[in-house]
Design a protein around this ligand. Structure first.
Ligand SMILES: [Zn+2]
Length: 410
């Protein structure tokens, strides 16, 4: 039975967002949370980019140690051989998605006459070959701007990727140009011509990223292959954003045409949604919209007489799903009195007080001093009060934390 898997791209596409970004420590915590949520793969970043290398390697170590497992960590790479070689030389990455534009608009508009369709195809094939030669276990092939790519050429491109041993084909609706009806058709035709598992990568420029992701996944499954939906937490992403992680999960699990007919990877644990959403909001410094699906302040609020009365009698009158399922409902305790926080100028006494509250014990004073130093650096790095999960992470995995915090310009 074919299924729908989640490949989250917050740590790659989400951080490409103009004016926004995440510290490497924050990206790491997001990987840990995505793993706990049962996500199939996290696209963790750019393994050929100098300032990402320590972060990528430290996260791959955490995977080896079982801290981030079984979730797969995948890197994003252009089809440029130099960057692919660098990715495998400097990191231990084993899973990559390689990317190139396939639409005539972009081939003409970006390469300005220096490349044609057949050059693009050759570059992709060489890149897959190179990545495999360097030890890649899986290679996904991305067609950037697939939604504006000529149908026949897209099939030819996907076929060449499959024949070269690509594990998946990423259909990128880079500009959010598709609608659910069109993407369903196009994915169906593509899969009928080229049997290869499909990734749906949809942007929200027309407000249809989630709808197109789900329709595309349905198209892939109806044609007989697995579907992998690219999501981002809170829909963060370039311009109007990517397909929101929680909305995609709920749409597959609860919408009228999908519920009990199409199946999501059963490892997905929706009860972690609230926590991951709140953390990403804090890390990006972007509030969750009041009407955000599932996690917005108003997602379970009822005020008008008829609705409030109905919801109180039976929540199913006005709620499709329960807030408790998403991990909501616990009261959030906020200290209103004295509070000791950890920062770049913290001293050992305040620091001990913070970790006592987290019930983290140190074996010796020397260990406490060592962790305090890392906590100071972490605060320099994030420039925000560290969260309990960040503080615990640093105390539990100091070697990986040190690596993550280390960025050495060439
Ligand atoms: Zn994108």
């Amino acid at each position: 039975m074919n299924k729908i898997y989640i490949i989250d791209v917050t740590n790659r596409d989400g951080v490409q967002t103009s004016r926004l970004g995440l510290a490497k420590l924050e990206k790491t915590i997001i990987n840990i949370f995505l793993n706990k949520m049962g996500v199939y793969q996290s696209e963790l970043g750019f393994p050929y980019t100098n300032h990402e290398i320590n972060y990528v390697n430290a996260n791959l170590e955490l995977a080896e140690m079982g801290v981030i497992s079984p979730m797969i960590l995948g890197g994003w790479c252009p089809v440029i051989i130099r960057e692919i070689t660098k990715s495998f030389r400097l990191t231990n990455i084993k899973h990559v998605n390689i990317s190139i534009s396939t639409s005539d608009q972009m081939i003409k508009g970006k390469f300005e006459g220096r490349k044609n369709r057949s050059d693009i195809l050759k570059m992709m094939v060489n890149a897959v070959r190179e990545a495999k030669k360097l030890g890649a276990e899986t290679v996904g092939v991305n067609a950037e701007d697939a939604s504006r790519t000529n149908d026949k050429y897209l099939i030819k491109f996907a076929k060449a990727a499959r024949d070269e041993g690509a594990s998946r084909f990423r259909y990128c609706d880079t500009l959010g140009y598709n609608d659910p009806f069109t993407i369903y058709q196009r994915i169906g035709n593509l899969v009928k011509a080229v049997k290869i598992p499909i990734e749906l990568h949809c942007h929200n420029d027309l407000g249809m990223a989630v709808a197109c992701s789900v329709a595309g996944a349905k198209g892939a499954i109806d044609a007989g292959v697995d579907a992998y939906i690219n999501t981002s937490i809170n829909g963060m992403g370039e311009r109007a954003g990517n397909a929101d992680l929680l909305s995609v999960i709920l749409a597959v699990k609860r919408s009228s045409g999908m519920e009990n007919k199409y199946f999501l990877d059963e490892r997905i644990d929706i009860s972690k949604s609230w926590k991951i959403s709140k953390y990403a909001s804090y890390a990006f410094g972007i509030p969750i919209p009041i009407n955000q699906v599932g996690v917005g302040e108003n997602a379970f609020a009822h005020e008008s007489g008829i609705h409030a009365d109905g919801a109180l009698k039976d929540s199913r009158n006005y709620e499709l799903y329960d807030f408790r399922e998403l991990g909501r409902g616990e009261p959030e305790l906020v200290d209103t009195g004295r509070k000791i926080t950890a920062g770049e100028y913290s001293g050992i006494k305040g620091f001990r007080n913070i970790y006592d509250k987290l019930e983290v014990e140190f074996h010796s004073d020397a260990e406490a001093v060592k962790i305090l130093e890392l906590v100071r650096y972490a605060n320099v790095h994030t420039q925000k009060p560290l969260t309990n999960d960040e503080l615990k992470f640093i105390a539990c995995y100091p070697e990986q934390a040190r690596k993550i915090l280390t960025v050495t310009p060439p």
